[in-house]
Design a protein around this ligand. Structure first.
Ligand code: SF4
Ligand code: SF4
Length: 289
């Protein structure tokens, strides 16, 4: 099975647009949306989810006010500034609580219990070209890398069941823990960049990270015509690093119109020049041995 991760060094480069186009080229596709902090591929692919599961990200402290004596000991001990007196009563900030359990240990009246953070979810759904595995990390919750692992495990399971030979991974932007979870075990990486100094800089950082995993990397320059000088610099640098620039996509407003209509550009304007270029890129990345 081949796993192809579509990544970008920073947000807003067009990574999800390209992933959506790849996801709608063939039938019997399996797509893993691993951008769990800001998942939005489901907005284009509109899956009908048939599995919805809780994902426990950790624990948080909860106070039983019927036994709490308001002694304030827990507030003094909390190292994460998650506890404070508000109008004479101890209040815990859900987003600041690290789940360290210290407050529960020091509370003499045993008024604090630890409960699971289980607001995050992962899903498996049918969309028009196959299966989408996606997730939603609740605001302020951590362990996005572990949630990415769950999404990828489910994508492999579904691909095996359906006989799909290639999984498209829409990875998160940046170079953090969820990106590492998205590339570990992938066979190929497509880095989508844009011709700006920040786009160039972040692309280099991401490719340096990918090089540590010894995975074949490709570069796609999106909106390349907006700054042809920086595009030329990106191409020169990639040539020096022996990283193929497999495609350059023009800035094309209908890409946005397609998204508004919950379609990929391949579906919206299949005969456009940009769609033909995406077909060509897909062929290079997915069909090479
Ligand atoms: S340590 Fe226990 S009793 Fe004291 S304020 Fe905290 S929860 Fe209430
Ligand atoms: S579990 Fe730890 S971080 Fe959370 S409120 Fe208690 S002491 Fe603070």
């Amino acid at each position: 099975m081949t796993e192809i991760a579509v990544l970008s060094g920073k947000g807003g480069t067009g990574k999800t647009c390209l992933s959506a186009a790849f996801a709608t080229i063939n039938k019997n596709m399996v797509v893993a949306d691993c951008d769990v902090d800001t998942a939005n591929l489901h907005l284009i692919l509109q899956p009908e989810d048939y599995i919805e599961e809780k994902f426990v990200t950790g624990q948080k402290a909860v106070i039983n006010f019927s036994t709490c004596t308001n002694c304030g000991l827990c507030v003094n001990y909390c190292r994460f500034d998650a506890m404070a007196f508000v109008k004479g009563k101890v209040v815990i900030s859900e987003t600041s609580c690290d789940g360290c359990k210290l407050c529960a240990r020091v509370c003499a009246s045993q008024s604090i219990t630890m409960v699971e953070n289980d607001k995050s979810r992962w899903y498996v759904g049918n969309y028009r070209n196959g299966k989408l595995i996606h997730a939603r990390l609740a605001p302020g919750e951590e362990n996005s890398g572990k949630l990415v692992n769950v999404v990828r495990e489910q994508a492999r399971r579904v691909a095996k069941e359906t006989g799909c030979e290639a999984i498209v991974i829409d990875g998160p932007p940046g170079t953090g823990c969820p990106v590492i979870s998205s590339v570990t075990g992938a066979n190929r990486v497509v880095v989508v960049t844009e011709p700006s100094n920040s786009g160039f800089h972040d692309m280099k950082r991401l490719l340096e990270l990918v090089a540590n995993f010894n995975i074949k990397a490709f570069v796609v320059i999106n909106k390349y015509d907006l700054n042809k000088d920086v595009t030329a610099s990106i191409e020169t640098w990639c040539n020096q690093q022996n990283i193929p620039v497999v495609g350059k996509l023009i800035f094309y407003e209908p890409v946005v119109h397609a998204m508004v209509r919950c379609k990929s550009i391949i579906e919206y304007l299949p005969d456009s020049e940009i769609s033909k270029e995406i077909y060509r890129i897909f062929d290079i990345i997915f069909n090479q041995n």
